[in-house]
Design a protein around this ligand. Structure first.
Ligand SMILES: Cc1cc2nc3c(=O)[nH]c(=O)nc-3n(C[C@H](O)[C@H](O)[C@H](O)COP(=O)(O)O)c2cc1C
Length: 363
C-alpha cells in the first residue's frame, strides 16, 4: 500500500543548500528542541504545522551512525518538508564525530549540532554530552573535527557548566567562536542540576554579551508569553522549546502570536485537537514502517501528554497499556473526550494544559 505521505519521500543523500541560522531565526525564532524519544520526524512535523521554525532531531550517537545501526539510520533520515533541520550528534571521539557529521550532512542536514548538554549517565559515562563541559579541550577538538568534516553550519548545544559553582559560559563562548561554530544553544541549567530547579536565564544574557553568534536560549518556556520574555530579558536570537511542546504543539502558535504582538490564538477546539492527535499517530505509523502496534506503544507517552489537564486524563493513564492499535487508540481518546463534555461539543476549546515540569528523561 502506498504511504499516506508518499509525497514527502526521504531525501537521503541529497545535500541541503547552505542556510544562515540568523536569517532562519529572524523569520521565526521558535525552535523545537532535540528530545530523545520524542522529537522524531512525526513530532517535528506536528510542531512545524503548529508554528515551529527550526527543528532539531533527537540526539544520534555518532558511533551508531558509523555502524549503520537501524535506529540511527531512521533518526538521521531527512524527510521532504522537514526543513530547516538540525541533526544533533553526540559522542566523545573527534574522528567518529567527524564521520557521523559527514553522514548527517549527506543525509540532508541543514545544520549539524553537537550535544554538550545531555546529563544522562548513558551518554556522560562515555565522556560525551554534558561530560564535555568538564573537558573543554576535548570539546574544542570535537568541534574542530566536525567543522572540518562538513560544509553546512555547525552549532553547539550546551549547559551552563558542570555545576552552579563551576560555570563555563565564557570559556565555551570564546572557544566555539575560535572553532568556527555558527550558533549556540544554551540550556540554562548545569549538569548537576539535571532538570531540577529553574533555568537561570541570566546565563543566556551572559552568553549573548560574550559572542557575536546567534544564541538560542533554552529552559522553561512553557507559555505563550515566555518566548518574548526570554528574548527581551536576554537578547537571544532564538528560543528553544522542549517539554512545553510535548502534548501541546499549539504552544508554538501562541509564542509566535506574542512575538508578533498579536492576541493569543484560541486554544484548539476538540475537533482540531483530535485531528492533530490522530495525524501525529498516523505519521508515527508511517515513520515506523507501517507498524501500528509499535506506533501505538510509542505513542502512549505522547497521548498521556496530549491529555494532561483533561478530566479523564488520570483514568486514561491507567489504561494506556490497552492502547494497541488505531481502533483502541480512538476508543481511549473518545472516552477522555466524553469526560470533557457531550459528543456534539467538538467545537468547544480544549483546556490549557498543566505545567509540564514533571517530565524528566530517563537515564
Ligand atoms: C525527554 C527529553 C529528552 C531530551 N533529549 C535531548 C537530546 O536528545 N539532546 C539534547 O540536546 N537535549 C535533550 N533534552 C533537553 C532538551 O532539549 C532541553 O534542553 C530541556 O528539556 C530544557 O528545555 P525545556 O525546559 O523547554 O524542556 C531532552 C529533554 C527531555 C525532557
Amino acid at each position: 500500500m502506498p504511504s499516506r505521505y508518499s509525497d514527502a519521500p526521504p531525501i537521503v543523500g541529497r545535500r541541503a543548500p547552505r542556510v544562515d541560522l540568523r536569517s532562519i531565526l529572524a523569520a521565526n525564532p521558535f525552535v523545537a528542541a532535540p528530545m530523545d524519544g520524542y522529537s522524531d520526524y512525526p513530532f517535528r512535523a506536528i510542531c512545524r504545522q503548529c508554528g515551529a521554525g527550526l527543528t532539531f532531531t533527537e540526539m544520534i550517537p555518532a558511533i551508531a551512525l558509523t555502524f549503520g545501526a537501524k535506529d540511527a539510520r531512521r533518526r538521521v533520515r531527512v524527510h521532504g518538508g522537514d526543513e530547516p533541520l538540525a541533526i544533533q550528534i553526540e559522542g566523545s571521539k573527534p574522528d567518529v564525530m567527524a564521520r557521523g557529521a559527514a553522514m548527517a550532512q549527506d543525509a540532508g542536514a541543514h545544520i549539524i549540532d553537537v550535544n554538550a548538554g545531555c546529563p544522562s549517565r548513558r551518554v556522560t559515562n562515555g565522556g560525551a554530552g554534558a561530560a564535555l563541559l568538564s573537558d573543554l579541550e576535548l570539546m574544542a577538538r570535537i568541534l574542530r573535527a566536525v567543522r572540518d568534516a562538513v560544509s553546512v553550519p555547525v552549532t553547539l548545544k550546551f549547559r551552563s557548566g558542570p555545576s552552579t559553582g563551576h560555570l563555563v559560559i565564557e570559556e565555551v563562548a570564546r572557544m566555539a567562536q575560535d572553532c568556527g561554530i555558527e550558533g549556540l544553544t544554551l540550556h540554562a541549567r548545569t549538569r548537576t542540576q539535571g532538570y531540577r530547579g529553574k533555568a537561570d536565564w541570566t546565563h543566556i544574557a551572559r552568553l549573548v554579551e560574550r559572542v557575536d553568534l546567534p544564541v538560542i536560549g533554552n529552559g522553561d518556556v512553557i507559555q505563550g508569553e515566555d518566548g518574548l520574555r526570554m528574548i527581551q530579558r536576554t537578547g537571544c536570537t532564538g528560543v528553544m522549546v522542549g517539554r512545553g511542546a510535548i502534548g501541546n504543539p499549539w504552544l508554538f502558535g501562541e509564542l509566535l502570536a506574542a512575538w508578533k504582538g498579536l492576541p493569543p490564538p484560541p486554544r484548539p477546539t476538540r475537533a482540531q485537537w483530535l485531528a492533530t492527535v490522530l495525524d501525529h499517530y498516523d505519521r508515527m505509523t508511517d515513520y515506523l514502517g507501517r507498524d501500528p502496534e509499535l506506533a501505538a506503544r510509542l505513542f502512549r507517552k505522547h497521548l498521556s501528554r496530549y491529555t494532561r489537564g483533561m478530566r479523564g486524563a488520570v483514568s486514561l493513564r491507567r489504561q494506556l497499556a490497552s492502547v494497541l492499535n488505531r481502533p483502541s487508540l480512538l476508543a481511549a481518546i473518545h472516552a477522555v473526550l466524553a469526560d470533557e463534555g457531550p459528543a456534539d461539543a467538538m467545537d468547544q476549546p480544549m483546556p490549557e494544559p498543566d505545567e509540564p515540569g514533571f517530565l524528566v528523561p530517563e537515564g
